[in-house]
Design a protein around this ligand. Structure first.
Ligand SMILES: Cc1cc2nc3c(=O)[nH]c(=O)nc-3n(C[C@H](O)[C@H](O)[C@H](O)COP(=O)(O)OP(=O)(O)OC[C@H]3O[C@@H](n4cnc5c(N)ncnc54)[C@H](O)[C@@H]3O)c2cc1C
Length: 403
């Protein structure tokens, strides 16, 4: 009975949150794969070399309606569950493409949807769904605050019918390729609030009016092609109608959106992991050294098999988190674990893929080194691994707080 192929298994019990155990959304996956086939490695290599925005790819996704997957039908979107958006991003990444050029549009609109006024929803969501307005930018991180969001120093001070914004953001990705930006800024000094999460507010900034009128964008060249930037606010005036929800309650609104962000990015990581496993498996079967395929050697075969097992396990957590999110249940722990396990599975699969390819893994034309660089991001952004572990250790397991 040592061969797992001859083991019999009891039927699996029904999962508590109805997680689909077979491949989800096959038609959506087929459609995404067909679209991605038009954007082969050569396209991404050129963009990577030039650090250029993949505008054609984003336009194709927008036109096909994929970026409006989560916008309710009443506002012109498809009203699909987050599990479908996960499938879209996973297939993009499994195909060798990269959803980071536009994934924020899927989750940042949730801030408007959940906390915006009826007028804001009617004004923005249908235009985003149609592709006439881009909501790609999300400005939270600041150079002086780091992971401690409560230390944000960018201020928005009410002045008549406007707010006046001053301060600085860093790592605001896609700011140059967005019409709108979700901005988290301080509206009450930190020391004047009862709780450290109070006093921050969310604004929807119209970038078309802001740039050159108090907002300066400076691109940051990074190890990957990510269109990320730093922002400088110098007496930027935005209308008071830009405020989303209640003044001072912005931190909670942003946290609401973060579960969606983590689940979606975990889906991208699963796609990356599967890309690496597909590539490694194919190469292990085809590459002949010492007169036999390298995959015949267990030193090559077993790390790929392990990466596969790790990826399948991480995928189950992504599905659980997505199912809980879609059921409207609290899913902070599951969303964080999905991101943690997905990003680590992708990194392990990438490392294995590099090792399987030997020297050729370094050749740009194989695309693996580019994907390897790209997949590294998700252990740091949108939240770093340590912060997830601290959340699990302290908020879920109840151990002493370190911050
Ligand atoms: C390419 C890229 C794109 C990004 N895009 C966006 C974006 O669009 N919008 C946005 O707002 N932000 C964005 N970010 C920022 C990203 O979310 C942050 O980089 C990330 O949250 C980590 O924050 P930090 O870089 O300030 O690290 P820091 O907070 O300075 O932390 C540095 C290291 O110390 C560790 N650390 C800190 N405190 C503790 C602790 N108490 N216990 C244990 N370890 C700790 C962290 O885990 C990390 O490893 C992006 C970042 C990058 C690199």
């Amino acid at each position: 009975m040592s061969d797992p192929n001859v083991l019999s298994h009891d039927p699996a019990p029904e999962p508590a949150v109805g997680i689909a155990l077979d491949q989800t959304f096959p038609e959506i996956r087929d459609g995404v794969r067909a679209l991605c086939a038009g954007f082969p490695g050569a396209y991404w290599r050129e963009k990577d070399r030039e650090r250029a925005y993949p505008g054609e790819f984003v336009a194709a996704l927008t036109e096909a309606g994929y970026l409006a997957a989560l916008i309710p039908e009443a506002f012109g979107g498809s009203g699909l569950p987050i599990a479908a958006a996960v499938a879209i991003l996973e297939e993009i990444h499994r195909s060798g493409c990269n959803g980071a050029a536009c994934h924020a549009q899927m989750y940042t609109m949730g801030t408007v949807l959940r906390h915006g006024s009826e007028a804001q929803k009617r004004r923005y969501l249908p235009a985003i769904a149609e592709g006439n307005l881009r909501l790609q930018a999300f400005a939270v991180t600041e150079p002086g605050a780091g992971s401690d969001t409560s230390r944000l120093q960018t201020t928005a001070v009410r002045d008549g019918t406007d707010y006046v914004v001053n301060g600085q953001k860093v790592w605001t990705s896609r700011a140059e390729h967005s019409d709108l930006m979700v901005l988290l800024a301080r509206t009450t000094p930190r020391e004047d609030n009862a709780a450290r999460r109070d006093g921050l507010s969310v604004f929807l900034v119209d970038m078309r009016e802001a740039v050159g009128n108090g907002l300066t964008i400076r691109p940051i060249r990074t190890m990957i092609n990510h269109a990320t930037t730093e922002l400088f606010f110098d007496d930027l005036r935005i209308p008071a109608s830009s405020l989303i929800g209640n003044e001072g309650a912005g931190f909670g609104y942003i946290l609401d959106g973060m579960n969606a962000e983590r689940i979606l990015i975990a889906g991208e990581s699963i796609g990356d992991a599967r890309y690496f496993i597909d590539k490694a498996t194919a190469y292990a079967c085809e590459r002949q050294v010492f007169g036999r395929p390298i995959g015949q050697n267990q030193g090559i075969q077993f790390p790929i098999a392990r990466a596969y097992a790790q990826t399948e396990a991480a995928d189950l957590m992504v599905r659980k988190a997505a199912a809980m999110f879609d059921a409207g249940r609290p899913c902070g722990a599951e969303a964080n674990m999905a991101k943690l396990l997905g990003s680590e599975a992708a990194w392990a699969a990438g490392d294995t893929c590099m090792q399987t390819h030997g020297g050729f893994g370094f050749a740009e034309e194989y695309d693996i080194e580019r994907k390897y660089r790209e997949t590294r991001l998700y252990q740091i952004a949108p939240i770093s691994t340590n912060l997830i572990l601290a959340y699990l250790g302290q908020r879920v397991l109840g151990m002493p707080r370190s911050y």
